[in-house]
Design a protein around this ligand. Structure first.
Ligand code: NDP
Length: 517
């Protein structure tokens, strides 16, 4: 990984220094080996990046949608042509499986470049508006969207490409420059994306990476025109408070505790396959992982039997090439402690582990894929975000109890409902207090970039994807152009009794007619 270290000093440290701060090590969580050392940028260095980003932005914006799309489409191809190298880099800092890197990161990045290249002009086109108010009749009314300038993206460690770099794509498509602060655990993919963009002709300093710890992220908030944050709810609240000091807009994609409901008329085999995949994929470290399952009594035993069998069959270990293992390492060592605490707490309070239940001893950070039954709604594994390969299952009397329990707690990111009667499934889905929901499915809604993705309750503020996912990186400007007019309009000075009476009659005519209840 010497190449990564060279790239780090070239791209990140403006003066080849890191403000006298010690670089920090990036560790492969599957093996415990040190992968690279990365600078810890000081607030002054973040400021230097911000100055350069602001200088680069007008030229980038002047390229227009077509000029930017050309670079994005080159990057799309680069990502596919160099996918083995990108996957290796992602694996070296996350410990995830080849498939989790290919299917949930490379494919997302490649799709996102094409999607925003094509749709940015559509979502950000001027909108002509027509008003029913007679006072503005004949005037031209337009809403336009102009880039905010410099966007700060702060990302988590679970998806260094999808959830950190992925948000930079629409921000740049809108004509902004971007500074990305990746998680200290996983900065290497973000740096490699810088190399990709340079090779694809991206002008200097439009995309910059500020490696560092939490204080580097905090410094970034004070430098930018908007913050896109993905991470835990606790840190998201701190980011919102810091941003509020300058009224800097924020978009927050935060934690979740997603429920999956299995109704008595569900296809139990599909529900079990989906529950196992959506809870264990990426070692359970996906914001929209299934973290709680509620099963109606008549199909509970069948569902639990299938889940136990499928989870027991999962192969876990140090990931290598395609098909080598199903479940990889956990990326953040402290997260293993959280998973262990939740499982131990559940067992101490009467829950049973049907399979798994333990941290894997030895090099690397692994927790066994774990199925928990006899859990109660007050246990930590049911109330706090676990973010690991666990699946607690609860038997419920009926759909009403399932909905009530699913809606408990502070989170509301996503959820799933299984029923062969899709109308019933959708009716139940609509009653979940979540920003997204699937019927007879889970997780896959994230790849539909036309569908807004965002959390309800304490799972977030704002959305990514679709029109809202790019308009948030712009300032909307409402324009009124008066073309055909006299020297003076009736509502202007001086006020006269005659004109005021006429206008009063006009308002009565406009808004006072018609029957009402
Ligand atoms: P954290 O909240 O710990 O960190 C997120 C990012 O914020 C990191 O880059 C971190 O830097 C940085 N940071 C830490 N403190 C501050 C601060 N005071 N000001 C500014 N930035 C700061 O989250 P994790 O990295 O642990 O990510 C896991 C969490 O992310 C999970 O809870 C998960 O649910 C959530 N998530 C949500 C998603 C969604 O779309 N809703 C998607 C993916 C994850 P450093 O790492 O250097 O401390």
């Amino acid at each position: 990984m010497a190449g990564v270290e060279e790239q780090v000093s070239e791209q990140v440290t403006p003066n080849g220094s890191a403000g006298g701060r010690e670089p920090f090590a990036v560790i492969n969580p599957a093996t415990g080996a040190v992968t690279a050392h990365v600078p810890h940028l000081s607030p002054e260095e973040v400021h230097e990046l911000a100055v350069k980003g602001r200088q680069a932005q007008p030229g980038w914006n002047a390229l227009g949608f077509d000029g930017r799309a050309r670079i994005f489409l080159r990057a799309q191809k680069w990502l596919l042509d160099n996918r083995e190298r990108v996957i290796e880099t992602i694996q070296s800092e996350t410990g995830k499986t080849y498939e989790d890197a290919l299917l949930a990161e490379i494919s997302y990045g490649a799709a996102a470049f094409g999607f925003w290249a094509k749709n940015a002009p559509k979502y950000l086109a001027d909108e002509r508006v027509h008003s029913s108010n007679l006072l503005v009749k004949g005037k031209k009314l337009v809403v336009r969207f102009k880039p905010l300038g410099l966007i700060g993206v702060i990302g988590p460690w679970n998806y260094p490409l999808t959830n950190s770099f992925g948000d930079c794509i629409p921000a740049m498509a809108a004509g902004n420059s971007v500074i990305l602060k990746p998680s200290e655990i996983t900065p290497l993919t973000s740096l490699l994306m810088g190399e990709m963009l340079r090779e694809c002709g991206m002008p200097e300093h439009v995309y910059q990476v500020a490696t560092g710890l939490g204080d580097t992220g905090a410094a970034l908030i004070d430098e930018v025109d908007m913050i896109m944050f993905t991470g835990s709810t606790a840190t998201g609240k701190k980011v919102a408070v810091e941003a509020a000091k300058n009224l800097t807009p924020v978009s927050l994609e935060l934690g979740g505790k997603d429920p999956l409901i299995v109704l008595s008329d569900a296809d139990v085999e599909r529900a079990a396959n989906t529950a196992v995949f959506a809870s264990m994929q990426n070692s359970g470290q996906t914001c929209i992982s299934i973290e709680r399952v509620f099963v109606e009594e008549p199909v509970y035993d069948e569902f639990v039997g299938k889940v136990r069998e499928k989870v027991s069959a999962l192969r876990q270990g140090v990931p290598a090439g395609p098909g080598s293992v199903d479940v990889g390492a956990m990326t953040f060592p402290k997260q293993v402690d959280i998973v262990e605490r939740h499982v131990n707490d559940a067992v101490e309070h009467g829950a049973k582990t049907l399979t798994g239940g333990h941290r894997v001893e030895g090099a690397g950070d692994f927790f066994e894929p774990t199925v928990l039954v006899d859990v109660t709604p007050d246990m930590a594994c049911m109330t706090e975000e676990t973010f690991g390969p666990t699946l607690p299952i609860v038997k419920v009397r009926d759909q009403e109890e399932a909905i009530r329990l699913a809606n408990q707690g502070p989170y509301g990111l996503s959820g799933s409902v299984f029923s062969k009667d899709v109308a019933r499934g959708e009716a139940v889905a609509r009653r979940l207090d979540t920003g997204a929901v699937c019927v007879n499915d889970a997780i896959i809604n994230y790849v539909a970039l036309e569908l807004p993705m965002g959390g309800a309750k304490e799972s977030g503020l704002g959305t990514r994807h679709a029109a809202g996912g790019i308009r948030k990186y712009t300032q909307s400007q409402s324009i009124l152009v008066s073309r055909l007019h006299g020297k003076k309009d009736p509502h202007m000075f001086p006020y006269t009794e005659k004109m005021t009476t006429r206008l009063g009659k006009l308002f009565g005519f406009l808004y006072g007619r018609g029957k009402r209840e």
